[in-house]
Design a binder for this molecule. Sequence first.
Ligand code: GLU
Length: 469
Amino acid sequence: MSEVRVRFAPSPTGFFHIGGARTALFNWLYARHTGGRFVLRIEDTDRQRNTAEALRVILEGLHWLGMDWDEGPEAGGDYGPYFQSERSSIYLDYLGKLKDADRVYEKDGAVYFRLEGERYRAYDNYKKCEVEKVKAAPQVIDDLVRGRVERAEEQDFVLFRRNGEPGFHFVNVVDDLTMGITHVIRGEDHLSNTSKHCELFKAFGEEPPVFAHIPLILKGSGSGKMSKRDEGSLVEEYRRRRFIPEAVRNYLCLLGWSPKDDREKMDIEEVIRLFDLSGINSNNARFDERKLAFMNTAYLREMSRKRFSGEAWDYLVRAGVLKEIGVDTSGWDQRDKRYFEEVMKLCQEKARSIEDLPHFVGYFFTEDYPIDSGAARKVLKQGDPHARLREIRRALEEVASFSEAKLEEKVNELSERTGARPGDYIHPTRLAVSGTNVGPSFYGLLCMLGKARVLNRIDRFLSATPAPV
Ligand code: GLU
């Protein structure tokens, strides 16, 4: 078989939709699985809407998700230009071929493709008038996902619009043809265009490529197709929110495809090895933001400490997020940087996202941390937390130098002596020194803060939060 050539053909609209990213991904996976070529083609015939900025959003999104293309913008290639706006002479050439075959006519300034078949007049419900229809032979599409689809076109369609710009169907087919595309993998919303595309391929005397129309992505809540207006539908949003790109990519792999054994978190090499068009599910895929968040957390937990700390640094320090909560990082020296790394090491196994880190670790960097009211309500309603805090404060004061083992021993000793459970000490202490009831390991946290800050914070908490009467 000849080399597989697939393409992603976005129209730059200014957004990079999750659905588009998934289409790109399936093409990329198929190219990598088969050792074929992945082509990026920019369908920018709509000149008013297409800007350099809109293109940048797509290219950056693809780079971010780790999808490289073998031909296209930035990469070059033998089948260019890869921008439709630069292919006018090719389109005129191909229009000439259709003219020579007598498959073209002009009407009201637009150029039409002539279907073959018996003509008759019929009422058009949509246009509310009588129109000319054609009994064209049905086009049979053996879609690799949808199965066999038959559809007959009924009306001649536009090749060049009245404004002289070539139309979508025409350029799409001419490009797939001239770029040697072997497999068209695209969203199911294009299935209804495919009979037109087959008509055109055949009019050029060519066999259409193999088609695989991948299922729509439905909104997580309620019904309907996910659109760019829906929250969570844009790649750039996940990027801004510091999701881990490998996690987003892994999640997108599962939107319509799955390995046979229900595995979810998978290395991309493994997905490439297993990916095939026959494994694409024909049912619509539902977008599940929680599942994506879990996937992201799973990637955070398993990445190297160095990378986690680097991601955290990019967000908290470089992007100025710690500054927003009052921490001046401009004067940080080597020691501060080491401390930052230690904090991240401690927090990696409990943090849920990079985006959550300011709340999750803020108290390591400032004395001015908020006390979460929900957490406080929960923790303070049980037993006598103030008494426990005073007791643990005294016990901690006796520990000459903090270590996790020593602190744990001390708290166990204390609870044996008083009959209170270790948790009766741990929960209010965590609340006092961090302002919350979630976080990294308790003893690790105390060691990281150090004795002076811990005692200080307990004192402050005791005087600022009066015991309930
Ligand atoms: N520019 C079209 C789109 O963004 C591409 C359609 C296709 O893949 O054939 O929907």
